[in-house]
Design a protein around this ligand. Sequence first.
Ligand code: PLP
Length: 385
Amino acid sequence: MTTISTNKRQKILKELDKYKSTDFDFASGHILGSMCCQPHPLAKEAYINFLETNLGDPELFSGTKKLESHLIEFFLSFLHAPPTAEGIIVSGGTEGNITAMWLAKQLTHKKEVILPESAHFSFSKIASLMDLHLVEVPLTDSYTTDLSKVEEKISKKTAAVIGIAGSTELGTIDPLPELSNLCADEHLFLHVDAAFGGFVIPFLQKLGYLVPNFDFLLPGIHTISVDAHKMGYSAIPLGALLVREGDWFDQISVDSPYISAEKHTGLLGTRSGGPVAAAYAVTQYLGIEGYTKVVQHCMEVTKYTSQRIQELGLNLVLEPTMNVLGVKLHKLSEIVEILASKGWKVNKMARLSSMRIVCMPQITKHIIDEFIPVLEKTCREVGEL
Ligand SMILES: *Cc1c(COP(=O)(O)O)cnc(C)c1O
């Protein structure tokens, strides 16, 4: 049993606090640009209880492994997956996308990935890692992938087509039903990146918003990645990759002679069961009803924020599809920097000459009321207004 000396403990914890004190924190409400959030309180409790578990060694942690399979079942039913479908838990959208492209490469033996300009930068890593070639498609006026351009780019070399369900910059949703039909006709592998939108779109639909479907109900979709550490209200790192045919995982499985399981699937080895327990706890606690309320709150705050920002005389890049706002700014860098020095953190999107505000669950109208005068003053200081 390890005993900890009180003096040393206090000294070290104090040192840790010193580092943490220069971080922004979600509880302050001042992080306005991030797609992550303060985890649900239950996530924290569950995470700590599973701190020592290792899902890389499922025989030792058979209970945690079972818990993980229940979490995967949740994702599959949530995304209307057919009985043949399976999933794996990953660290987030990046690993989800990497694993999906690994599958596409193994299944097709081809090298080109067709994706919209709005795709997440993880695809640049993928191209470099797997020697794949990215074929970028320009966006339409609504900042979604241009279908006719996708069609033009399809060739004998196409390994996969990517659709985005909730883009990182603006929260836009590609025309996935049409993309699904196109890929089904052309027998192409279609991966949907729903890292952010996966925990938003189903609830927008419940609330009566007209947003396209993005899940396995669309027959052309092969794989979907979703993050629980973004709008799933859970703790980092937790994402899932769901695949229409579980057999496909054979393509990315290796023999694992010196651990209990014979086969090992996916990228990581040793990995914590903590985030899995956290995500399971939150999904069970909130359920569909709870998440719908969370999204309803986020959308109310988004509308309020959008209205207050436009009242200042600033313009949005486009009407928000979900709880992600792009605000056009000429003096972008200066404004983002000054806001940070005043304790407010928004994200800079140089490509769109705009700042990103994401109305995550912890953001309230009250916080926006505090932020707007600071934004206005900053804009006046630099001559934006
Ligand atoms: C955040 C995001 C990713 C990357 O996910 P991580 O969890 O940061 O690895 C990928 N795709 C989209 C659309 C995202 O919003």
